[in-house]
Design a protein around this ligand. Structure first.
Ligand code: NAP
Ligand code: GLV
Ligand code: GLV
Length: 317
């Protein structure tokens, strides 16, 4: 059995495959492989471990003549044509849960950075503009008593809500299904999308990218957000119509944004780069050492299970 991994991942995961008697072939360069290189790697592999930056489409899947399982080193799997994999009887697994806390922590960091203008303050100091404490310097939004609107109350959305609750925020949420336990646990209130947009001081997006969630926040939505709202996105760039967000930032309807994900990564729109009230991070939601090791263990164990003919724990299809 042979596994192709499109990039080096923590050894703790690779060791699981090796002790399972699997031959491991890791893409040897410290960069994203091209499509041709993925096709080459997958050609005689029984399993593929991919990153969210790899597009695993029908052509790649077809190239893997012996392919039995695709393990995505991520919880989001919008980079994989799962319908095609299903049709071909190829199992797809991902890494849910182990990255929830890390991603929720980063979301809180973004919420705090945007609401308290941390990066503007940092720049201000570095530019030598700090002349001492001032009554009206860099005033921001106080989290205690402010309303947080969570869009997509799954694992990460709920983990963010719990953290925000500890800061004294009022939680509104919109999701496909109501979550009664979550509502009673932290006093969260279910709202339809438009109500949430109109009432939230901060809006944080946690839905997966699917055909239904693409541009979930677009021009119409930015016209009905509460004036001065802050937008936080750690889900996928395409869930937000980026040019509509940029226009809402320009008009002031949206007062600030904090983004860990972008439309066409690694491209970042120059208009976003030029705005001081926009906080930008390079898709690092799950980027803690502990989480990345756990993701590697999780995906490698599940791939091994499938190769042994066992049922995986985190099957997507
Ligand atoms: P999850 O537990 O599946 O939560 C997603 C939630 O979105 C679910 O509760 C689901 O609804 C809701 N949802 C799905 N489609 C919807 C729709 N059309 N309208 C309204 N709600 C919808 O996933 P998760 O583990 O929290 O991860 C969420 C996403 O975060 C991932 O898919 C990934 O794209 C992103 N992510 C990013 C990073 C990063 O580095 N920035 C790290 C990890 C994950 P119901 O439960 O209500 O049915
Ligand atoms: C990261 O974005 C993930 O989906 O795991
Ligand atoms: C601020 O530093 C204060 O002491 O109020």
């Amino acid at each position: 059995m042979r596994v192709f991994i499109t990039r080096g991942i923590p050894q703790e995961g690779i060791d699981i495959l090796i002790s399972g008697g699997v031959e491991v072939d890791v893409f040897p360069h410290d960069r994203q492989p091209t499509k041709e290189e993925i096709i080459e790697g997958v050609r005689d592999a029984d399993a593929l471990i991919s990153l969210l930056t790899d597009s695993i489409d029908a052509e790649v899947i077809d190239a893997g003549k012996n392919l039995k399982v695709i393990g995505n080193y991520a919880v989001g799997y919008n980079n994989i044509d799962v319908d095609y994999a299903r049709k071909k009887g190829i199992v797809v697994v991902n890494t849910p849960g182990v990255l929830t806390d890390a991603t929720a922590d980063l979301t809180m960091a973004l919420i705090l950075a945007a609401s308290r203008r941390v990066l503007e303050g940092d720049r201000f100091v570095r530019e030598g503009k700090f002349r001492g404490w001032e009554p009206m310097l860099l005033l921001g939004l106080e989290l205690n008593g402010a309303v947080l609107g969570i869009i997509g109350a799954g694992r990460i959305g709920q983990a963010v809500a719990r953290r925000a609750r500890a800061f004294g925020m009022k939680i509104l949420y919109y999701s496909r299904t109501r979550k009664l336990e979550f509502e009673s646990e932290i006093n969260a209130e279910f709202a339809d999308l438009d109500t949430l947009l109109g009432r939230s001081d901060i809006i944080s997006v946690h839905v997966p990218l699917t055909a239904e969630t693409r541009h979930l926040l677009g021009r119409r939505e930015f016209e009905i957000v509460k004036p001065g709202a802050i937008i936080v996105n750690t889900s996928r760039g395409e869930v937000i119509d980026e040019s509509a967000l940029i226009d809402a930032l320009k008009s002031g309807r949206v007062s600030a944004a904090a983004l860990d994900v972008f439309y066409n990564e690694p491209y970042v729109n120059p208009e976003l780069l030029s705005m001081r009230n926009v906080v930008l991070t390079p898709h690092i939601g799950s980027a803690t050492r502990k989480t990345r090791v756990n993701m590697a263990r999780m995906v490698c164990s599940d791939v091994l299970r499938v190769l042994r003919g066992e049922e995986p724990l985190n099957r997507v299809v």
